[in-house]
Design a protein around this ligand. Structure first.
Ligand SMILES: C[S@@+](CC[C@H](N)C(=O)[O-])C[C@H]1O[C@@H](n2cnc3c(N)ncnc32)[C@H](O)[C@@H]1O
Length: 302
């Protein structure tokens, strides 16, 4: 596991920099982040400089090529952000936003940061809603976190009615902020085991990116281990406790032929297909993500 401690002697500081060109500030930031084990130090350095300056990453890259200079106050502001990232606080907590498909979601302490892998998983749900013959197909996101999946469905399939449940009050507050004003989306602060009884038998799609990490498999990345909420990560001894609940509950929520979409870890596809098939689901199939790892399993309600 990469160390999160930075050796003071090795860490470049503003005093080490003879000039305050933006390029030098970004280079020093990237060096510091690299020493802290941050996976993409230059990308994060550019994004943090952009956050401090209110500029996009491409604008920061252009400014470094031009040789733009920054004053000491700006350099210090960037250094303060970099110090937080060097302590392995997630980039998205520092900037306050996480990109997800065409969306920018507000995120921070108490909510799971949406991941790029989920962007491809949600496509199964969007395709099923678009293919539905119903005038207002119903899509349900169970364990919505920041609201990412629900918002993608609601905005990309505007004729759908979307429902989202989140148990954690902290995560619910972020989802509420992100979904405010989205008229075809209903959000509740409830346990997914009981939410939306009134929709039983009506949904075209139930999707979830549930907590699926086995309790003993503590994640290595400090960003995940220290900042993602436990309720978002851990799913019991084999990681599949919530999946079992979802299988039972989605059978009640879906109309005949409706689709369940479950995101999961790369080694869990077979176990999840077994759970679904034993519960009576049809055509359980596991799908890979862009890195060719098993990432999602779908099945149809008989
Ligand atoms: C892995 S996170 C996924 C969040 C979001 N759907 C995403 O993909 O970014 C799992 C979410 O499920 C929520 N959760 C866990 N158990 C739940 C339950 N019993 N009922 C409702 N939500 C639950 C967690 O609080 C967390 O927000």
């Amino acid at each position: 596991m990469p160390s999160v401690n930075v050796t003071p002697a090795a860490r470049p500081t503003l005093e080490d920099m003879p000039d305050l060109s933006l390029a030098a500030v970004v280079r020093a930031a990237a060096e510091r982040l690299a020493l802290s084990g941050v996976p993409d130090p230059l990308v994060d350095a550019e994004l943090l400089a952009g956050h401090a300056l209110g500029a996009r990453r491409g604008e920061i890259q252009a400014a470094t090529v031009r040789g733009d200079r920054v004053d000491a106050a700006v350099a210090e502001a960037i250094e303060a952000l970099v110090a937080r990232r060097a302590a392995r606080e997630p980039l998205q907590h520092i900037t306050g936003v996480a990109p997800f498909r065409h969306l920018e979601l507000a995120v921070g302490p108490g909510v799971f940061v949406p991941r790029p892998e989920t962007e491809t998983v949600v496509q199964f749900a969007i395709d099923a809603l678009l293919a539905s013959a119903e005038t207002e197909p119903v899509g349900i996101d169970l364990g919505t976190g920041s609201g990412a999946i629900a918002l993608a469905m609601a905005t990309e399939v505007p004729h759908a009615r979307v429902f989202a449940a989140e148990l954690s009050p902290d995560a619910y507050a972020w989802a509420r902020r992100n979904t405010e004003g989205v008229e075809n989306l209903t959000l509740v602060n409830e346990d997914l085991a009981h939410a939306f009884r009134e929709l039983d038998g009506t949904a075209s799609v139930v999707i979830s990116n549930p907590p699926y990490v086995p309790d003993a498999a503590v994640p290595r990345d400090p960003e995940v281990r220290l900042f993602d909420p436990s309720l978002a990560l851990y799913g019991g001894e084999d990681g599949l406790d919530v999946v079992r609940v979802l299988s039972a509950r989605a059978l009640e929520l879906l109309r005949p032929g409706g689709l369940i979409v479950l995101e999961h870890g790369e080694l869990q596809g077979e176990a999840i297909r077994t759970i679904l098939t034993q519960d009576g689901w049809r055509a359980a199939a596991t799908h890979r993500d862009l890195t060719l790892r098993d990432r999602a399993t779908t099945a149809h309600r008989p």
